[in-house]
Design a protein around this ligand. Structure first.
Ligand code: PCA
Length: 191
């Protein structure tokens, strides 16, 4: 019986892409996994706004864990992120045209917050299934890091666990020579 709630998010496409593997994979997950009931949410690629939507949904459903998933084109594995940093620095505009340069996310926040989900056990579990998966020590300084930082900051004392997972391009997105991962493998890895 599902008695734990996981709020899991993926992003809309951004920057010349017409799909985002993070949402494709999240949408393809089952509605329950073991004791977990999944609540899925598709996020805009917009600084600030994306995290606000997650926090608003969390207020309604009181999840035990929040996991956000995002695209990291060029990576060759599923990569749970270890840390979020207090910095917004965008080399391309977000989907609302914002392009912050070297700004703190929360001026009064710590420089960084570590993921509060068990990232090493997550990597081990995916690797045991034969899925390419490794830790990442940087979620970048774009919207994914922004969401990750804001969620960790908000839930720094609430007991709600927060994590972020970057996924590679899907095969149809990868240009010649770029790594990618099939949707089915990505879904098994997230599961
Ligand atoms: N990847 C971007 C933002 C949305 C997404 O899927 C990032 O890594 O910041």
């Amino acid at each position: 019986m599902a008695n734990c709630t996981l709020l899991i998010t993926g992003f809309e496409p951004f920057h010349q892409e017409t799909i985002n593997p993070s949402w494709e994979a999240v949408a393809a997950l089952p509605e329950t996994i073991g004791p977990w009931k999944l609540e899925k949410l598709r996020l805009p690629v917009v600084f600030g706004q994306a995290a606000e939507l997650v926090l608003a949904r969390a207020e309604e459903i009181h999840p035990d864990v929040i996991l956000s998933v995002g695209q990291a084109g060029g990576r060759d594995a599923i990569t749970p992120e270890v840390i979020a940093i207090n910095l917004q620095n965008a080399s391309i505009p977000d989907n609302a045209g914002n392009q912050p340069h070297h700004l703190p996310i929360h001026p009064e926040g710590h420089d960084g917050y570590f993921a509060t989900v068990p990232v090493r056990r997550m990597v081990d579990a995916a690797q045991e299934k034969g899925i390419p998966c490794k830790l990442s020590y940087s979620a970048g300084t774009y919207v994914c890091n922004d969401v990750f930082y804001r969620l960790l900051y908000h839930h720094r004392e609430s007991g709600v666990q927060v994590g972020f997972i970057h996924v590679p391009f899907l095969p149809q997105q990868a240009k010649v020579g770029q790594p990618s991962m099939a949707l089915e493998e990505m879904v098994r890895g997230l599961d």
